[in-house]
Design a protein around this ligand. Structure first.
Ligand code: GDP
Ligand code: GDP
Length: 502
């Protein structure tokens, strides 16, 4: 555990030093299962595909960004590496409180309003109250109005600001944010060149777009060098990540370069091909193995998260002989939520197709696999990655390695694509919203829509209602956008700007 925690904290420090913008920070604390990640996902707008504790799965600190009433903040889920062992919970609680008190400008402690207060709740609140930072108590799982009065019972923890919320249903979140942002320091936010339009471009866009107040351009991840793509190779232990890395870099002499701002053994390997650089991030990390199976699995999740931070495109490696396991789905969920482009790489395909002298397969005696059937199984298990291209390779034999480079180049290009507001308006006129299978009361009217950012493509919808997009509506719209504009391999993000605030 110590090794895992050490890695998690190293990862957090590296993330922070990489982040030059000093936005105010909100920390979410609480014992396991009170709904911290559900709240975090709701606040940062990511989907909830990775909520819930699966055995053997770790979470370390997760950072995200939030915009509320035109102001930005960072948010950290201090949820942490949750020990399987009850006895370790107190030290975890202590660590959480320390993170929050050291770093945050405001702390939101979450409790489960449906259960009795437990000793970790008391412990954590005592530590936080002593720290002197602005505190808010979110009493979660208050799903109905009649339950909300119960939140008052939690005042005995000693917090002045007590707010009933339902992270799952979204109620009370606005009030919580109003109060939290009220005490946050005001900050100027700076935006990277890559996502800013020049004055001319802005005007050109406005010319064929409708007349509306300019949207603040949203931030995208990091700077961009159009000739270089940063690639994360992620996946659980033994799927063949190191073998793939060797196959990708071995054919040419790879240039090894340390990552700027890191002091440890982190190195990138860069392969130049046809005027394009492919930078494989932290190759030492890709080769790092855990000592025990459990440790190796935990490490693979931490490494995936760390590598995603630094990447544009991720290669999610799956072992063909094992199919999609829970841990693959979990790592895939992180890739999806990170906004990076994803390519699913089914490795060890040689073992699924080799036949013996009798025409039977060698591997566990089954007949050779059919790629179409196999792909469908993978897609069913990784539904949220429906935009990700899928490749069958054999890293050990060097089979189909060329196609990996081609796909990386394609998705890197696709995620940087920009659709003009004029194109977007013509698109909107064509979409038949009647076809979206969304309940009437969950529908929103879209007046217009504009692409505010690239990498990942992010669209701002100007709507009649200030509500979160219904999941199937978002999916419907996303698919329509893909049909018209592609964006192969990249998730598509949406933001809502309501005309009439309710
Ligand atoms: P964490 O361990 O604190 O991050 O908790 P999770 O976010 O993983 O949530 C734990 C469980 O509580 C999950 O099964 C959630 O679906 C559930 N949960 C979270 N928020 C709510 C809520 O507002 N209402 C209800 N009824 N359940 C919730
Ligand atoms: P990692 O833990 O994901 O980095 O996995 P490794 O690259 O260490 O590979 C795990 C094992 O799978 C090693 O024994 C490799 O030789 C084997 N392996 C990797 N790729 C292939 C492949 O394409 N075909 C076959 N048959 N074995 C492979």
């Amino acid at each position: 555990w110590r090794e895992v925690e050490l890695l998690a904290s190293q990862m957090a420090t590296e993330t922070e030093s990489a982040d030059a913008r000093q936005l105010p920070l909100i920390a979410i604390c609480g014992r396991p299962n009170v709904g911290k990640s559900t709240l975090f996902n709701r606040l940062t707008g990511s989907r909830r595909s990775i909520v819930g504790d699966e055995p053997g799965i770790t979470r370390d600190r997760i950072y995200g960004e939030i915009e509320w009433m035109g102001r930005d903040a960072r948010i950290v889920d201090t949820g942490g590496v949750i020990p399987d062992d009850e006895a370790l919970i107190p030290s975890e609680i202590f660590r959480q409180a320390q993170v929050a008190l050291d770093e945050a400008d405001a702390i939101v402690m979450v409790v489960d309003g449906r259960t009795e207060l437990a000793s970790p709740d008391m412990e954590l609140s005592r530590l936080l109250l002593r720290g002197g930072k602005p505190l808010f108590l979110a009493v979660n799982k208050m799903d109905t109005e009649s339950m909300q009065v119960q939140a008052e019972n939690f005042r005995r923890l000693g917090f002045r600001n007590v707010l009933p919320i339902s992270a799952e249903h979204g109620s009370g979140i606005g009030d919580l944010l109003d109060e939290v942002f009220d005490i946050l320091p005001e900050m100027e936010t700076e935006e990277p060149e890559a996502t800013m339009l020049t004055a001319e471009e802005e005007m050109a866009e406005d010319e064929d777009g409708p007349d509306f107040a300019p949207v603040r351009r949203l931030r995208s991840h990091g700077e961009y060098d159009s000739k270089e793509t940063k690639i994360a190779i992620i996946g659980r232990p033994n799927v063949g990540k190191s073998t793939l890395l060797n196959a990708l870099t071995g054919t040419q002499r790879a240039i090894v370069s340390p990552i700027a701002g890191t002091t440890r053994d982190a190195v990138d390997e860069v392969v130049e091909r046809g005027g394009h650089s492919f930078r494989f991030v932290d190759t030492a990390g890709i080769r790092r193995k855990g000592k025990t199976k459990l440790m190796a699995e935990k490490l693979s999740v931490i490494m995936a998260r760390k590598h995603l931070e630094a990447a544009d495109v991720s290669l999610l490696v799956i072992d063909a002989t094992e199919g999609v396991a829970a841990l693959d789905a979990n790592i895939g969920g992180y890739a999806h939520e990170s906004g990076r482009s994803v390519i699913i790489v089914v490795n060890k395909w040689d073992l699924m197709t080799k036949t013996g002298p009798d025409g039977m397969r060698l591997f566990d005696g089954k007949p050779p696999s059919d790629q179409k059937v196999y792909e469908q199984q993978v897609r069913d298990a990784l539904k949220y990655l429906d935009y990700a291209p899928l490749l069958f390779i054999s890293a050990a034999d060097g089979k189909n390695i060329e196609s990996v480079f081609k796909k990386v180049e394609l998705v890197a290009r696709e995620r940087r694509k920009r659709v003009t507001t004029g194109q977007m308006n013509r698109f909107l006129e064509r979409v038949d919203f009647q076809k979206a299978s969304v309940p009437m009361n969950k529908r929103v009217r879209i007046y217009y829509m504009t692409q505010a950012a690239v990498a990942p493509p992010t669209f701002v919808l100007f709507t009649d209602k200030d509500v979160k997009l219904h999941f199937s509506f978002e999916r419907f719209l996303g698919n329509q956008i893909r049909d018209s504009f592609g964006f192969i391999g990249s998730p598509i993000w949406f933001k809502i700007k309501a005309r009439n605030k309710k």
